[in-house]
Design a protein around this ligand. Structure first.
Ligand SMILES: [Zn+2]
Length: 269
């Protein structure tokens, strides 16, 4: 808590001395300029090149491409804490979209952040997905969506870097890497569980997390869903596969999103 307050104070102080630039494209002015913010207002179903078996229906607020990559990385790796707000708003939009497209579009949502590995926590000194999740819950509640955050999963064991692994090796590498958090209270009955993360690439991690989360649910529970800030776009020229996730899922049309929530107030003092 103290750490995040300190970071906010630090960001506010940095505002006083450093000219603010868009973390996506570098233009001076706001932390995220309106054109870059607009890239995160286009919810879409994540479509990895190969759908891993068991990938939950996953909605992203935008494509992980172009200025969105440096935007997410500025928050994740380079300490631009002020980006929690716009990126949290983007995550909230993805959660709202995945909920609207589910069979229970009015159900309360429980956001389940993907827990960071111990190595990632050590390297960054913070859990950036939890920060995004908290911000998204605030945004959803402000929009009238009953939402809360619950840590239902924890990390277990070690996972090696998955770069260069085949899908089967990736699955084996991740198997057993999540476990139910023994200290977590049961989610409220009837709530939709939405796994949340910053970016989805292959979907392998979300698959494994959804498998563990689903295993602890009653058989008549709604299927686990997922929402992310951004998804790696499918390479052009490849055909999207059908999402083999549980049950039918169609992404709904989402009402226009307030861009100011993503690009911040027009005027900075
Ligand atoms: Zn920009």
């Amino acid at each position: 808590m103290a750490g995040s307050t300190l970071r906010e104070v630090g960001a506010a102080l940095a505002d006083l001395v450093l000219p603010r630039t868009c973390a996506g494209c570098g233009v001076p002015g706001r932390s995220v300029c309106p054109p870059c913010a607009a890239l995160l207002t286009v919810p879409r179903l994540a479509q990895p090149r190969r759908f891993p078996v068991g990938l939950p229906p996953t909605v992203a607020a935008g494509a992980y491409a172009g200025p969105v990559r440096p935007l997410v990385n500025a928050f994740k790796e380079h300490g631009r804490a002020e980006l929690a707000r716009p990126l949290g708003a983007a995550l909230a939009l993805a959660v709202a979209a995945v909920r609207l497209g589910s069979l229970h579009p009015a159900a309360p949502v429980v956001l389940v952040p993907l827990p960071a590995s111990r190595a990632a926590l050590r390297a960054r000194g913070r859990d950036h997905v939890r920060e995004l999740t908290s911000r998204a819950v605030t945004e959803l509640r402000a929009a009238g969506v009953p939402a809360r955050q619950q840590r239902l999963l924890r990390r277990r064991g070690r996972v090696r870097d998955s770069a260069g692994l085949t899908p089967a090796q990736r699955r084996a590498n991740l198997a057993g890497s999540f476990a139910p958090d023994p200290g977590a209270a049961a989610p409220p009955p009837g709530a939709l569980l939405v796994l949340v993360d910053d970016v989805v690439t292959t979907g392998a991690t979300l698959c494994e997390a959804a498998r563990v989360l689903s295993a602890g649910l009653a058989p008549d529970s709604a299927p686990v869903l997922a929402a992310v800030v951004a998804a790696t776009p499918r390479p052009s020229g490849t055909t999207p596969g059908a999402c083999p996730g549980p049950g039918p899922y169609r992404l709904p049309t989402v009402p226009g999103h307030d861009l100011d929530r993503l690009s911040g107030p027009r005027r900075r003092d």
